[in-house]
Ligand binder design. Structure first.
Ligand code: CTP
Length: 130
């Protein structure tokens, strides 16, 4: 039984999110997703997500290839989350290539290619400009 873990904000759900979650799950037997809390997102991006954390959790947990979700409250706790959820594989999009190699001592770290030409930021910009 291989457990996969991944992290992200997953605001304004789009095909890039679905693709990475589907591919992450395919690397193992179960997938747990750490969803950035509203607070954490504010710290990272200096703005609150469009969808609040409860709604983002509900959206992601309703996907058939996601087994469980939790709120990621702090970027500094990645190691603790990986251990707590007994993850064998950490999956990140390749926008993070190399950034999580320090966790190779407790799990396998895999970077998957991003889906081209789509992001939450881009969708927000397009909607704003209409
Ligand atoms: N992701 C992806 N392909 C995309 C966009 C995102 O594979 N086109 C992946 C990211 O690499 C990450 C996960 O989806 O592993 C969650 O990313 P997130 O930052 O929530 O989404 P973005 O669309 O990148 O959001 P933003 O534009 O706000 O950075």
């Amino acid at each position: 039984m291989k457990k996969v873990i991944t992290f992200g904000t997953f605001d304004v759900l789009h095909i890039g999110h679905i693709n990475i979650l589907e591919r992450a799950r395919a690397l193992g037997d179960s997938l747990v997703v750490g969803i950035s809390s509203d607070q954490l997102n504010f710290k990272k991006k200096n703005r609150l997500p469009i969808y609040n954390e409860a709604d983002r959790k509900k959206l992601i947990s309703s996907l058939r290839f996601v087994d469980s979700v939790f709120l990621e409250e702090s970027l500094e706790l990645k190691r603790e989350y990986i251990s707590k959820y007994k993850a064998d594989i950490l999956v990140m999009g390749n926008d993070w290539e190399g950034k999580f190699d320090e966790f190779n001592d407790i799990c396998q770290v895999v970077y998957l290619p991003r889906t081209p030409s789509i992001s939450t930021t881009e969708i927000i910009e397009i909607v704003k400009s209409k």
